[in-house]
Design a protein. Structure first.
Length: 607
């Protein structure tokens, strides 16, 4: 009997584990734009089921709060209800005896204050206030708003050229993004509620590599207007492309030998092969864009006199300093400088050297893996937080480890040890202990341990990028914290007809965010010049059929064997096969037609 009792408990626990896993997946892939009222109610409801019932705020308060939120969703609430929700949530937050009630009250209080307009919209309009694109998780998760379900359907139908055409309506660099995009769309894919998110990035790459033939996008009649784009990175290229489609004449002024910005000077060739990058850039230039290489610009006013409008997209190509003793020693180098040299084909020789890379982002991983390819005897990545707190993508961290890089977490650099010859001979670090959460991440503090010296001949600093905005600031361009200031239309205050966007305006961000910044700026510049061009596309999307109800594993891209790939700069990732892509496409739930995405303003959309 005892044995049967144990087995029953085991089966029950297994079922509970499966339920917890399902709930966890659902929370992990929640849309960027779910209904905040419903989300808050679900969280409060879940917390109430975990309450021990000992204190009144949990036992009574959470139930009352849940009913009030339900009234908002069902159209029974008034504006007074919203005030009552805020007061009750604050009361629970301040008086609950345990973390369950405290967190539930804090969440509700944060929601009612942060999403007050959405709550009001429910009370006054009896519906959510989201537009159609915001209801489709992958589309709302993509900074450029690419029609992801549409191009996945086209790929599945074997129409790869049409898929690329659809992507380029919002993103002129589909192959680049198919190779190196951080794919925030996948984090919000609702397929993750069933099993695993769609491999959206790999599908995009496949479409670009299997086009049935090239095409020429439709272009508006010439307007006679000329625009100067300062900087040939993703933001500048994107802005130039869309302005050209609108009929304007664009000249890109690039201070370096090649276009691409951080695509070329920040991402190594093993992730983004140069010939692929150059091919996609050339396709954009073939629309009729002029380029002037080795043409640094600082006098924006003089440039504005020559052109009808100017777009500043200078990126973030400066480096940040550690501010440590010994940082000026021979052997200390910034990640930005090192990757820039590699981008121009100037390969450093680290043969026999031990390299310490300070940082935990994608750039740190790129520098570490590049150092391995440049002959380093040993590469150690030094990070003051935990590996779990690194901002680098998991696949980049795993790739660095597979290629032999050592990860030394919870070690904060103190100073750089320098020999009598003025050269680096070690990095002194202070072991850390992880502590309280600050600004969303656990904060480290010095542990009760002695300093440690890590022997090395070279220290690579990869703690972030800075914007070289000082020369522009001296010429009248307004800046704040080193970033170029713009208004809501991306125009620089006090400089008529001068716009800015990308990393130099937002701070270092992702490729797809820079691309979207350029696209938005193109529309604003077009409007400034007195036009209202629209980028139209007549692609017929295949008829929608609901599918993918059965669980199915996600097809992952593979990589060349680590021992082989770390000896060269050839591409390391293998794309999906046709069979794999077809299976991936069949997993799409078409949230733009089914589920929450099929609703707008509280009614079903007729397709």
């Amino acid at each position: 009997m005892a044995r049967m009792h144990v087995m029953e408990r085991s089966e029950a626990q297994q079922i509970m584990d499966e339920l917890h896993d399902a709930v966890g997946r659902r929370l992990a892939v929640s849309s960027l734009a779910p209904c905040p009222v419903e989300f808050t109610m679900a969280f409060v409801d879940m917390c109430s089921t975990q309450s021990c019932g000992k204190c009144t705020p949990c036992r009574v308060g959470l139930r009352m709060l849940r009913h009030m939120l339900s009234d908002v969703l069902t159209g029974k609430a008034t504006m007074q209800t919203l005030d009552d929700i805020e007061r009750l949530a604050r009361s629970i937050y301040l008086s609950a005896d345990c973390a369950i009630g405290y967190e539930a009250g804090a969440m509700a209080l944060k929601a009612i204050r942060g999403f007050h307009d959405d709550f009001v919209h429910h009370v006054t309009q009896r519906a959510c206030g989201f537009t159609q694109s915001q209801l489709v998780p992958c589309v709302s998760g993509c900074p450029a708003g690419v029609d992801i379900p549409g191009y996945i359907a086209l790929v599945r139908a074997g129409r790869n050229t049409d898929a690329v055409r659809l992507i380029r309506k919002d993103n002129p660099l589909p192959l680049v993004c198919g190779l190196v995009c951080e794919h925030p769309c996948e984090m919000n894919c609702r397929r993750g509620m069933v099993d695993d998110p769609m491999n959206i990035r790999a599908i995009k790459r496949y479409a670009c590599e299997h086009m049935e033939g090239d095409y020429a996008p439709s272009m508006a009649e010439p307007t006679g207007k000329s625009i100067a784009v300062v900087g040939g990175g993703p933001a500048g290229l994107s802005c130039a492309y869309y302005l050209t489609l609108m009929g304007h004449h664009v000249t890109i002024l690039e201070q370096r030998h090649h276009l691409g910005g951080m695509l070329r000077y920040g991402i190594p060739a093993y992730r983004l092969p140069r010939e692929r990058l150059e091919g996609e850039i050339q396709w954009i230039l073939d629309r009729g864009i002029d380029v002037e290489h080795d043409s640094p610009v600082t006098d924006v006013a003089a440039l504005r006199e020559k052109y009808d409008a100017v777009y500043l997209a200078i990126g973030a190509h400066a480096d940040k300093k550690l501010g440590l003793e010994g940082e000026d020693a021979d052997g200390v180098e910034s990640a930005v400088q090192m990757l820039r040299a590699v981008g121009d084909g100037e390969m450093p020789d680290y043969t026999g050297q031990r390299v310490c890379v300070v940082g935990g982002g994608n750039v740190a991983m790129d520098v570490a893996r590049t150092s391995v390819r440049c002959g380093a005897e040993k590469v150690s990545i030094i990070y003051r937080r935990r590996v779990a707190d690194m901002t680098a993508q998991d696949e980049e961290i795993a790739g660095a480890q597979a290629e032999g890089c050592e990860l030394l977490e919870l070690n904060a650099p103190l100073r750089i040890s320098v020999g009598e010859d003025g050269k680096v001979n070690g990095l002194v670090v202070q072991p850390q202990i992880i502590g309280e959460v600050k600004r969303g991440r656990p904060s480290p503090r010095p542990a009760d341990k002695p300093e440690v010296t890590i022997p090395c001949e070279r220290v690579m600093v990869a703690i972030g990028q800075a914007i070289d905005s000082k020369p522009f600031e001296e010429r009248g361009v307004q800046t704040k914290w080193g970033r170029i200031v713009t208004d809501a239309a991306a125009e620089v205050p006090g400089l008529d007809g001068v716009f800015s966007g990308g990393d130099c305006q937002t701070g270092p961000a992702t490729v797809i965010r820079a691309i979207n910044a350029g696209k938005v700026a193109a529309g604003n510049i077009d409007s400034y010049l007195g036009f209202e061009h629209k980028i139209e596309l007549d692609v017929d999307i295949p008829q929608v059929q609901f599918q993918g109800k059965m669980e199915c594993g996600r097809c992952e891209t593979t990589f060349r064997e680590a021992e082989e790939r770390k000896g060269d700069f050839d591409e390391i990732e293998n794309g999906l096969t046709t069979e794999e892509v077809m299976q991936e496409c069949s997993r799409c739930l078409r949230c733009d037609h089914f589920g929450y995405g099929a609703f707008r303003g509280g009614r079903i959309v007729e397709w």
